[in-house]
Design a protein around this ligand. Structure first.
Ligand code: HEM
Length: 461
């Protein structure tokens, strides 16, 4: 039986408990097949610090909020992002998501001011307008009894929003070339990160498969389009968009401006990080609301009382606290990024156990968001958990859908604004209902997208 109660003084050299795994490959099959479920099971069986192997890698799952804040915050200097992020570098280049130490600090200093709340509020109207166009299209085109593919719709919407914020226009739909390149890069790119997937193997072994060739060509197309936009801002001066902010950003500590390569890399990263996560969050939110009609009704009533038929604005949001609670709870149950991985640079101690340098430390928002010590009925959907008093009573890092510490999501306020405004605009005008007999399950790609298609019927109010 594992010992889950390590005593600090005796056990600082003791590794955490965990499964033995298979010879040579450790827990590779389990981790590959049902990544998040496997982590949930490990916590339940072994406790808050669990040690396991996947092939040659030593991995430590950490589920306790104090240990999480230690890794992401107090001792973050001892932890670099894991190799998974380095794999992303091949597609994204040296972006703020991937770089470390001085290069990361320099990039983050230059980018942070453009993600301040007052700047982001300038995108609110565009977010509502883009969502309204989507709802208008549904109402005009979706016949009674027909369904929409919700994840597809949300991906299209969030890509359009992030494009509009970055460039002032939606280049993903402006030209067929750009739209196609986006789809190919995103699809192959996220499958490539799945160990043992055909895309992963094709890329690792440089196999000249048709799909890989198309992916490389699409990347080149996308790079050219972005380079063209950067060159335009340099030549013709700033426009009212995020790209201009980044091109002309100044480092308050006197560092150099970002190179074209760094800029292109940031733009690609903001596309990837900014649209897939938010689309996943929206898809789960509407799915959960459809499964919990009483919450949907309450949300609609709050909207009617606060704004009636008028389009929502950023100033309305503080009057609609239940809307925020719904989104917080949706991000708790299905955090779009279900795990965050770090590499320990030096030895450390977590939960009283020894963590040797070179260990991959895994923090899982999903595992901690379902920890029974902090959440009653953790599997249930209950927005009331985010009443202010209840939030105060929990440890801060019992909930961390956007990560934490210095590398907390740079787009958290952008996402929060977008989620609130999109949900308000949709719920005000239509009720989405899961198609009869449709079951929705979490998938296991880079983000926690639902598995397969989520079919919804659309009911005008
Ligand atoms: C619901 C939506 C979102 C969720 C749940 C989410 C979640 C996260 C998480 C968990 C991290 C930390 C990863 C780590 O520490 O390893 C992160 C980082 C990041 N996110 Fe988000 N994100 C969302 C939306 C966005 C948006 C809208 C943008 C940009 C427009 C964005 C850009 C980034 C970037 C650039 C980083 C890297 C920051 C750094 O390392 O300094 N994210 N995000």
């Amino acid at each position: 039986m594992p010992n889950n109660n390590a005593n600090d003084s005796e056990t600082t050299q003791q590794l955490p408990p965990g499964p033995k795994g298979h010879p040579l490959i450790g827990s590779l099959p389990e981790m590959h097949k049902e990544r998040v479920q496997f982590l949930l099971d490990l916590r339940e069986e072994y406790g808050d610090v669990v040690w396991f192997k996947v092939a040659k890698n030593n991995i430590c799952l950490v589920a306790d909020p104090d240990d999480i804040v230690h890794v992401l915050g107090h001792n973050s200097a001892n932890y670099h992002k894991s190799n998974q992020y380095k794999q992303l570098a091949k597609t994204l280049g040296p972006s703020v998501l991937i770089t470390e130490d001085d290069q990361w600090k320099h990039q983050r200093r230059m980018m942070d001011p453009h993600f301040r709340r007052d700047i982001l509020n300038g995108y609110a109207e565009m977010m509502v307008k883009t969502t309204t166009a989507m709802v208008d299209r549904w109402l005009a085109e979706v016949k009674p009894g027909e369904t929409i593919d919700l994840m597809k719709e949300m991906s299209r919407l969030t890509l359009s929003i992030v494009c509009n914020a970055l460039f002032g226009v939606d280049i993903s739909t402006e030209s067929a070339e750009a739209g196609q390149a986006f789809s190919l890069v995103l699809e192959f790119g996220s499958k490539r990160l799945q160990p043992a997937s055909p895309e992963h193997l094709a890329d690792m072994l440089n196999l000249p498969t048709e799909k890989r060739r198309q992916w490389l060509a699409a990347q080149e197309t996308l790079n050219k389009i972005i380079d063209g936009l950067i060159a335009d801002r340099r030549k013709n001066g700033a426009k009212d968009d995020l790209l201009s902010g980044l091109v002309f950003a100044k480092d308050e500590q006197g560092g150099p401006a970002m190179s074209d390569e760094e800029l292109r890399s940031q733009v690609l990263t903001l596309f990837l990080a900014g649209h897939e996560t938010t689309a996943t969050a929206l898809t789960w939110t509407f799915t959960l609301l459809s499964q919990h009609p009483e919450s949907e009704r309450k949300l609609h009533e709050e909207l009617v009382a606060a704004i009636g038929d008028r389009l929502p604005t950023v100033d309305d949001l503080p009057q609609m606290s239940y809307g925020q609670q719904v989104i917080d709870e949706s991000l708790r149950v299905y955090p779009p990024i279900p795990m965050i991985a770090r590499m320990a640079l030096g030895d450390d101690t977590l939960g009283g156990y020894h963590i040797p340098a070179g260990t991959m430390v895994v923090l899982s928002p999903e595992v901690t968001h379902r920890h029974p010590d902090y959440w009653d009925n953790p599997e249930g959907f209950d927005p009331e958990r985010f009443e202010p008093e209840a939030v105060k009573a929990r440890p801060h890092f019992a909930y961390f859908p956007f990560g934490g510490g210095p590398r907390k999501c740079i787009g958290d306020n952008f996402a929060a604004l977008e989620l609130r405004l999109v949900v308000s605009t949709v719920v005000q005008r239509v009720r989405l209902e899961l198609a009869a007999g449709h079951k929705v399950q979490a998938g296991a790609l880079l983000t926690q997208r639902p598995e397969g298609v989520v079919n919804m019927t659309v009911h005008p109010r």
